[in-house]
Design a protein around this ligand. Structure first.
Ligand code: ADP
Ligand code: MG
Length: 326
C-alpha cells in the first residue's frame, strides 16, 4: 500500500440490530475526487462519519497514510468534515469561524488570523471576513464552511451532501468550484451524494452503495458505461434493463434508435414522449411489462416525430447490449 492511501478494511457499522455498513473494503485513490453514491439509507453517511471519527466502527479498520486511524479522535486523523448544514457559529465573524479550530489548538490570534485569511483567499471570500454568517448567502456560507474545514490542512476532506441546500443554479456553480479546489489542493475529497448527475460531474472515482454494501466502484465513465448489476444500471439512469432468456442486459437509452416498424426491428408501442431540450425521451412498450427508453437528439426526433399510440421499430447494435451479473 502506498503511503497516501486511505483504506477501508472490512468496515462494518451496526446500530443495534441494523447493519448500516456491511464489511466494506475499499482503497481510495490518492489525491482524487471520490463520490459515495447511493439511495437514501444505504450507508453513505455512516461510512463517511466512521472515516471522520464522528461514529465508532463496529468491526474492521480504517487506515490513512499507513497508520490505523480507527480509534483516533477526529482532530488527530488527518481528515476534516464539512457538514450538510454548514454548522457555522452565528455569533462569530467569518474570519473567526474559519480560525476556530486553530483557537481550539491555542494558536495565537495573529497567527490564526493570518492562516484564516489565506483560507478565505482560497475560497474568494477575503472581502467578507468581518461579516457574521447570517449576513451571507447560502453559497457564501458554504465557502466559509469549506475554508473552516481546510484550515486544519487535512489529507482528506469529507463532504456529506454538501450541495443539497443550494438552489440548482448555485449547485452547479459550486460543484465546479469544489472540483477545481480539489485539483488545486491536491488532496482527496470524499463526497457523499444521492444524485447520479452530481457524482458523474464531479468524481474521478464513484463508489455505488446499496443496502450497506458496495455494489460497484470505478471511474465515473466506467460505472456509467458498464454498469454490472441491474441496480447500478437503473440507479445511474439513462439505461434500459431488459430480461432475455440468457439473462439481464443493459443498453444505453441513447444507443436505441427509432424507425417505422420494419423487418429486423423490435416492435413497440409509444407510451410517452418527453421533451428534454437537447433530447427527446421516448418510451415504448415492447412486451407485456417491458418498456424501452430511447433518447433521441431533438433535431432527429422533430424531423420525424412520433406520438403516444404509434407503432414503431426499435433498434440497437448488439455491441451496445451488455450482460449484467445480477
Ligand atoms: P445514507 O447516508 O446513505 O442515507 P445512513 O448511513 O445515514 O445512510 O444510514 C444507514 C442506515 O443506518 C439506515 O437504515 C439508517 O436508518 C440507519 N442509521 C443511521 N444512523 C443511525 C443512528 N444514529 N441510529 C440508528 N440507526 C441509524
Ligand atoms: Mg446521509
Amino acid at each position: 500500500m502506498s503511503k497516501q492511501d486511505l483504506e477501508l478494511v472490512s468496515v462494518t457499522k451496526r446500530y443495534g440490530t441494523t447493519i448500516a455498513v456491511d464489511a466494506i473494503n475499499y482503497r481510495f485513490k490518492a489525491d482524487s475526487y471520490t463520490c459515495l453514491l447511493g439511495p437514501s439509507g444505504c450507508g453513505k453517511s455512516s461510512t463517511l462519519r466512521m472515516i471522520a471519527g464522528h461514529e465508532s466502527i463496529s468491526e474492521g479498520s480504517i487506515v490513512l497514510d499507513g497508520r490505523d486511524i480507527s480509534d483516533l479522535p477526529p482532530a488527530q486523523r488527518g481528515t476534516a468534515m464539512m457538514f450538510q448544514n454548514y454548522a457555522l457559529f452565528p455569533h462569530l465573524s467569518v474570519l473567526d469561524n474559519v480560525a476556530f479550530s486553530l483557537k481550539m489548538k491555542s494558536v495565537d490570534t495573529a497567527k490564526r488570523h493570518t492562516q484564516a485569511r489565506e483560507m478565505l483567499d482560497l475560497v474568494d471570500l477575503t472581502s467578507l471576513a468581518d461579516r457574521l454568517p447570517d449576513q451571507l448567502s447560502g453559497g457564501q456560507q458554504q465557502r466559509v464552511a469549506l475554508a473552516r474545514a481546510l484550515i486544519t490542512r487535512p489529507r482528506a476532506l469529507l463532504l456529506d451532501e454538501p450541495l443539497s441546500a443550494l438552489d440548482p443554479f448555485l449547485r452547479i456553480r459550486m460543484r465546479t468550484e469544489l472540483r477545481n479546489l480539489q485539483k488545486e489542493l491536491g488532496i482527496s475529497f470524499i463526497h457523499v451524494t444521492h444524485g447520479q448527475d452530481e457524482a458523474l460531474a464531479l468524481a474521478d472515482e464513484i463508489i455505488v452503495m446499496n443496502n450497506a454494501v458496495i455494489e460497484q466502484s470505478g471511474s465515473a465513465r466506467d460505472v456509467f458505461n458498464a454498469p454490472q448489476t441491474r441496480f447500478v444500471a437503473q440507479f445511474m439512469g439513462g439505461h434500459n434493463v431488459i430480461a432475455l432468456p440468457s439473462g439481464h442486459f443493459a443498453i444505453r437509452a441513447d444507443a436505441v434508435s427509432v424507425t417505422e416498424p420494419s423487418k429486423g426491428s423490435i416492435e413497440g408501442n409509444v407510451t410517452a414522449i418527453e421533451y428534454q431540450g437537447t433530447h427527446v425521451s421516448l418510451s415504448a412498450r415492447i412486451t407485456g411489462d417491458q418498456d424501452i427508453l430511447a433518447l433521441i437528439p431533438d433535431g432527429e426526433f422533430f424531423a420525424n416525430p412520433h406520438h403516444p399510440g404509434d407503432q414503431i421499430g426499435l433498434h440497437w447494435d448488439a455491441t451496445d447490449q451488455h450482460k449484467l451479473t445480477a
